[in-house]
Design a protein. Sequence first.
Length: 149
Amino acid sequence: MVTSSKKITPPVTVVAAFFGFLVSTVSALVSAGLLLGAREELANALRTSDTQMTEEQLDQAVTVAQAFAVGVAVLVALFYLWLAFKLKAGRNWARVVLTVVTLLQVASLFTTQGNSLWGYGSCAIAVVALVLSYLPASNEYIAAVKHSR
């Protein structure tokens, strides 16, 4: 950890964790984007369910479902990115929230069906980034940032 005129430079572990969370976020967004290509599969699932929708209603339902899912994914990604930047700035509360979010992401892999390779990859990268954020150099950096305020 290098200090110069009261500016504390994040160690390699924090920088690597930051980039890991960035890559995990981009991967999750790509996975959400793949949902847009699954329009016909969603429509077929609705057709085979016990709904009495016309084709026009079915088309609207698929559009709304896709828009909602992508919108939620974008909002979650923005929140995740904000937390990653706060972690890089040495905020312990961001590391704690990232821990909770990553653990929820891991739990969702075990409790939901239809996970893709993108989902597993995104989660694995987030877990590695999380571990990096708790290594001794990261702990020292976060403590130094807290002490300097």
